[in-house]
Ligand binder design. Structure first.
Ligand code: URA
Length: 253
């Protein structure tokens, strides 16, 4: 695919686009032999030989994004000094190195993206993208509707107001099975930001400890058909949809 040279150089991680433009005008970039100094010039990394400072640019590696259903008792990182099991160790048969996008607490379970696609990771983590994440939580104690409304409107955590969010009670199952079999209430909460221990700290603020926490949705992705400890690769279409996701950023302010 033909693309502007500065974009190719930036995507290869050599420099920012602005810096790449400078490199081009300084005569440090060659395409199929000759130096190219024009900023509008295009090339195709698959078919053209592009050299920057004499070094040939190679094809970027395959981009991989996985949706994992993290079990409780697994740490959301690549390695752990305490030798606890990591989310990355659950991935087998994928030769690319992938990294968790954000984190779920050790005692939390549910959906976590793992990727080697920096653009996707940045987009998912950016506050302005306002990508919604939905959690099911089991609470110690029953919050009253006034307290829940307060959380929905936003509370101050670490000196900064949380974005508006949605909370609803989940219907309790009367017999065996979850949610609700222990008599403790379950709630669903949807946030468009991901601050440190945010869900747990929000409910603690109204006097309700979270005793279980499971992330059940990220944007349009659900845990449907994904048992704990299992993962699947996202389709190119799903990755594109996530990369273009633009939620209500007013809610994220
Ligand atoms: N909020 C929390 O408090 N913990 C998680 O694991 C995820 C969101």
């Amino acid at each position: 695919m033909q693309e502007r040279l500065q974009k190719i150089i930036a995507t290869a991680g050599i420099a920012s686009r602005r810096k790449a433009e400078e490199m081009i005008t300084q005569g440090r970039v060659m395409v199929n032999g000759p130096v190219v100094r024009e900023l509008g010039s295009k090339a195709d990394l698959e078919n053209d030989h592009i050299k920057v400072d004499g070094k040939l640019l190679s094809q970027p590696g395959r981009r991989v994004t996985l949706l994992l259903n993290k079990p409780i008792g697994v740490i959301s990182s690549v390695s752990d000094p305490q030798k606890r099991q990591t989310v990355v160790s659950l991935v087998r048969g994928i030769k690319e190195r992938v990294y968790p996008v954000g984190r779920l607490d050790y005692q939390s379970s549910g959906l976590l993206l793992l990727t080697n696609d920096g653009d996707l990771a940045n987009h998912m983590m950016a506050r302005a993208s306002a990508v919604p994440r939905t959690y099911h939580v089991k609470l110690e104690g029953s919050p009253d509707s006034k307290a829940l409304a307060k959380l929905e409107q936003g509370i101050v955590l670490d000196g900064q107001r949380t974005a508006p969010c949605q909370i609803r009670a989940l219907v309790q199952a009367s017999r065996r099975g979850n949610p609700g079999s222990s008599g403790k209430p379950w709630y669903e909460i949807t946030l468009v930001e991901g601050r440190y221990h945010q869900v747990r700290r929000m409910f603690e603020r109204i006097g309700c400890a979270v005793v279980k926490l499971k992330r059940v949705r990220i944007a349009f992705l659900t845990d449907h058909g994904l048992a704990p400890g299992r993962y699947r690769q996202l389709t190119p279409d799903e990755v594109t949809r996530l990369k273009h996701w633009k939620g209500n950023s007013a809610a994220a302010k």
